[in-house]
Design a binder for this molecule. Structure first.
Ligand code: PMP
Length: 285
């Protein structure tokens, strides 16, 4: 049975959903997106994702086709129609269809496109939480406004493919000797019970899971240090992990063939995953 998706005001079977070939999302990657996790049919970190969406739009002077309340209503309706209790809801806004030109079209005469769809899969029962993931470090090939969540994802795709070609699960990207982030996640180390993660800037995406996890960890009494770290420093950490809306918190057990700690998921990462899931279940709306 096909999914019901949402496109520009309509709920449609996925095979009937259409976007113009002139859509600037298609021609220029002129679009932004958000991925929100769903647990027990409810939205995790809902407000954080909506706020980041607003910021992405505003940084690109992109008009919004819907306000927060309307977006939320569509998200809930899609979850209901597709019977999704665990998985994600994806949202994308592009500047819409316009005659091809590098200049933005007149916002008075252009309609931004709004697309949402769901994906159902287990988030809590993730086998990688037990095994941990192996990462390869690669040069960060992306543009320098990584703080905006655009659909320009080809560099991340290329890095993930490079990791897969080496039999690894993901890539960590490196700029000027320091790790920026994972291809689709933020990165963390644990050293002497301190949680270390790169500070926010234009060089990384301000992860919503990152922000929530740091708040929960601080409440739980962990010291947090927001500093950059090199590949060597990461390899010699006691533990390493990643965060994202759909991975939650996942341990990293190998970096470029070097085992992190004893090569098994560590206690802090495990505790933080449990904490994040417990708080998300409690706060999901
Ligand atoms: N960094 C990048 C480059 C990402 O693509 C993502 C996930 N979209 C993240 C970090 C994690 O962000 P979030 O916790 O909001 O999913």
């Amino acid at each position: 049975m096909s999914r019901t998706v949402y496109v520009n005001g309509e709920y449609l079977p996925e095979e009937d959903a259409k976007i113009s070939i002139f859509d600037r999302g298609f021609l220029f990657a002129d679009g932004v997106y958000e991925v929100t996790a769903v647990l027990h049919g409810k939205l995790v970190d809902k407000q954080g994702h909506l706020s980041r969406l607003r910021r992405s739009l505003s940084e690109l002077d992109m008009p919004s086709p819907a306000d927060d309340k309307e977006i939320e209503a569509i998200q809930r309706e899609l979850l209901r129609r597709n019977n999704v209790t665990e998985g994600l809801v994806y949202l994308q806004i592009t500047r819409g269809p316009a005659e091809r030109s590098f200049f933005y079209p007149d916002p008075e005469t252009t309609h931004p496109s709004l697309v949402l769809f769901t994906q159902a899969f287990p988030l809590i029962a993730n086998p990688k939480a037990e095994q941990g993931i192996k990462v390869l470090t690669v040069e960060d090939l992306r543009w320098t406004r990584r703080d905006i969540k655009t659909v320009q994802l080809l560099p991340s795709s290329m890095c993930k493919m490079a990791a897969r070609a080496q039999g690894k699960d993901d890539a960590w990207m490196v700029q000027d000797g320091y790790i920026t982030e994972g291809t689709s996640n933020n990165v963390f180390l644990v050293k002497r019970n301190h949680i270390i993660t790169r500070r926010l800037s234009n060089n990384i995406l301000p992860g919503i899971t990152r922000a929530s996890l740091l708040a929960y960890a601080e409440e739980a009494g962990y010291e947090i240090q927001e500093v950059s770290f090199s590949v060597k420093e990461a390899q010699s950490a006691e533990e390493a992990f990643i965060t994202s809306a759909t991975a939650f918190v996942l341990p990293v057990v190998e970096i470029d063939g070097h085992l992190v700690g004893n090569g098994r998921p560590g206690p802090v990462g495990r505790r933080l995953r449990e904490l994040y899931i417990a708080e998300s279940l409690r706060r999901a709306e």
